[in-house]
Design a protein around this ligand. Structure first.
Ligand code: NAI
Length: 333
């Protein structure tokens, strides 16, 4: 099938070319993101392959649909960047990669916790400058600390088990209780209780209208003084303005963020020779107790391989008329 592949990155291109040897699709790689302005590039491509910061809003979808696209293959688990109502109305099928490595994302969340707590990023910079002082680098034992996991689906469940392995008391909040976690002694509590009791809070819910700003000013006020907040899910789960206020007041002790509310057009790009125009992001980068990564939690060999295989398989399934097991269903949004 002819595929217009948007927002192509060096870390994935070779992988897709190699994986495609067994599928035989005709892929055109575009480095640009898919937006209303670039949608014309997809003309005559029955399939558009999109990443997390492509903007699949009503205008883009109308444009690609009018130009002959019938399938949108997301190389991501999240589909919050697609206006699913419009896609449905236009008869566009949307497939995704629901699971590729929950370990990749969960382990990155743990990396953020360990780095922030033991100040590895700061210590690394210091010793490279010949500064071997330990002042300001005091961390805390994770053992026996209370960790709150919001969302115990595939990623949250792996994360909860890793933290239980550190000897933490894990509290969970989800609409559905995971029986494996209950057996492992993990306790489900209300969101309010989780916010009030946790020393570390990690977000693993999808971004939906219900979860947007689940961590807002009110939620932050309920948290313990000095709490560590980790977000490897989607930026808009946190009200960034409220987070900055809470960091400035000293209430939030640490924030580890792999995602950011306004990351589109910034994350994944090399902007090192430009002036950063996003004032909130610039402010976040000034805090010594904030660690930011550029939406890289998924970035392991294993995850990339699985994403490439499933994406191309999803497209083949559509092409030959198989059931689309990874289609985003109307009931899901
Ligand atoms: P999943 O669908 O397996 O789990 C999500 C869980 O959240 C489910 O158990 C669901 O019941 C729960 N949930 C949904 N709404 C809720 C609410 N309002 N309150 C409480 N619980 C709620 O999803 P998975 O695979 O664990 O991924 C989670 C998220 O991680 C994705 O939606 C995506 O946004 C993010 N992600 C981030 C990546 C990165 O590179 N930073 C890579 C992959 C996923």
């Amino acid at each position: 099938m002819k595929i217009a592949f948007f927002d192509t990155h060096q870390f994935e291109r070779n992988l897709y070319e190699k994986e495609n040897e067994q599928f035989g699709h005709s892929i055109t790689f575009f480095e640009t993101r898919l937006t209303e302005q670039t949608a014309n590039l997809a003309a005559q491509y029955p399939c558009v392959c999109a990443f997390v910061n492509d903007r699949l809003d009503s205008r883009t979808l109308n444009s690609i649909s009018a130009n002959g696209t019938r399938l949108i293959a997301l190389r991501s688990a999240g589909f919050n960047h697609v206006d699913m109502k419009v896609a449905c109305d236009l008869g566009l099928h949307v497939v995704r990669v629901p699971e590729y490595s929950p370990h990749a994302v969960a382990e990155h969340a743990v990396a953020l916790i360990l780095s922030l707590n033991r100040k590895i990023h700061r210590a690394h910079n210091r010793v490279r400058e010949g500064n071997f002082s330990l002042d300001g680098l005091v961390g805390f034992d994770l053992y026996k600390k209370t960790v709150g996991v919001i969302g115990t689906g595939k990623i949250g469940a792996v994360f909860a088990k890793i933290l239980a392995g550190f000897g933490c008391q894990v509290l969970a909040n989800d609409r559905v209780q995971n029986s494996d976690l209950l057996t492992a002694g993990i306790q489900y509590v209300s969101l309010e209780e989780l916010l009030g009791k946790s020393d570390i809070i990690s977000l693993h819910v999808p971004l939906t209208p219900e979860t947007r700003h689940i961590i807002d000013e009110k939620a932050l006020a309920r948290t313990k003084l000095g709490v560590m907040l980790i977000n490897t899910s989607r930026g808009a789960l946190i009200d960034t303005r409220a987070l900055i206020q809470s960091l400035k007041s000293g209430h939030i002790g640490y924030a580890g963020l792999d995602v950011y509310e306004e990351e589109e057009g910034i994350f994944f790009e090399n902007l090192s020779d430009q002036v950063l125009q996003d004032d909130q992001l610039a402010r976040l980068l000034t805090f010594p107790n904030v660690l930011l990564t550029s939406h890289q939690a998924f970035l392991t060999k294993e995850a990339l391989g699985n994403i490439a295989h499933t994406t191309l398989q999803n497209i083949s399934d559509f092409e030959i008329g198989n059931i689309l097991s990874n289609e985003v269903c109307v009931q899901r949004f």
